[in-house]
Design a protein around this ligand. Structure first.
Ligand code: COA
Length: 279
């Protein structure tokens, strides 16, 4: 479906690119010809990933330590990357999340998640965006949100408020900066198996099964699927998509959106017979 040079000449930075979804997107972008930069809090993790992906794809990738929560850290990395030319794409992927009862959370727990997800995305977006606007260089910001960014979600409240903010950032700046060459898109993924997410959010086989039962497609998303969707959205082929958040969840979000979508799937045939009109 994709030409091998789809992302040729694009310089792409992925936050949290050492593991999970970030790593998968990095791999796909490399296969499609992009030059990729990944950053994360642990230098050894991003460097190891860069070495592995370079060997696997033959592409050009570099890893940097950066804590996206801190504007000074972000500014230093972006300045360094820009010294060899402008980036073309920023992927706000770095995230933190855990299942917890909200009344038991400390202020620091909220700070940790909101700092990485929301402030991190703001810091990165502003650092790149100001440079793109000043030089009239075209840019794309892809942010990884979540299916509950618009609805909120119990038991992951720091993440829900932070991701809602990232969705708002995406839609707001799509309007403010779109006409000046900076395009904004987001992906709201459902569950995709990664160590980071599943150990924190779906820690038992029972929870996994409950989610699979609820999902209309009865499976999780794959790393290949998010890599392909991300590649399309940041490519020039998606040039008219701006301010959009694409759900990639097998229909899970919609499955919970009406009583009838939920109960209808559980009704036995005998119940459907009772509800047919009597002739
Ligand atoms: N339940 C309740 N509180 C928790 C928690 C949990 N499962 N995990 C962490 N916290 C609290 C800590 O107790 C701490 O608060 P305190 O200082 O008042 O005790 C606060 O959150 C920060 O934790 P800490 O581990 O010091 O922060 P950190 O910045 O190193 O870690 C996290 C950030 C908590 C988000 C950590 O899970 C992380 O690094 N995640 C990155 C990867 C990830 O989450 N991937 C999944 C994406 S879906």
């Amino acid at each position: 479906m994709f030409a091998n040079d789809l992302l040729k000449n694009k310089r792409i930075l992925i936050t949290g690119g050492g593991t999970g979804l970030g790593r998968a997107m990095a791999e796909r972008f490399l296969q499609l010809g992009a030059t990729v930069y990944i950053c994360g809090r642990r230098l050894e993790v991003v460097q190891k990933t860069a070495t592995e992906l370079s060997a696997a794809t033959g592409g050009t990738i570099e890893g940097f330590a950066c804590d996206v929560r801190y504007p000074e850290d972000v500014e230093a990395l972006i300045e360094k990357l820009w010294s060899s030319g402008p980036l073309d794409v920023l992927v706000n992927n770095a995230a933190g999340n855990f299942l917890a009862k909200t009344e038991e959370l400390s202020p620091h727990a909220f700070d940790a998640v909101i700092g990485i997800v929301l402030k991190g995305s703001i810091n990165m977006t502003l650092a790149c965006g100001r440079r793109w606007l000043a030089s009239q260089h075209k840019g794309v910001v892809l942010s990884i949100t979540t299916t509950y960014a618009d609805t909120g979600s119990a038991y992951v409240v720091p993440s829900a408020v932070a991701k809602a903010g990232v969705a708002a950032l995406t839609r707001s700046l799509a309007i403010e900066w779109g006409g000046r060459g900076v395009r904004f898109v987001a992906i709201a993924p459902g569950a995709i198996r990664t160590e980071g997410a599943f150990s924190r959010l779906l820690p038992t086989p029972e929870l996994e099964k409950a989610l699979l039962d609820h999902n209309p497609l009865h499976r999780f998303g794959t790393l290949e699927e998010i890599g392909n969707l991300a590649a399309f959205l940041v490519s020039d082929h998606a040039g008219y998509i701006n301010g959009e958040m694409v759900y990639m969840d097998g229909g899970e979000m919609l499955a919970g959106s009406s009583s009838f979508s939920m109960i209808g799937r559980r009704l036995p045939d005998s119940a459907w017979q009772i509800m047919k009109p009597k002739k």
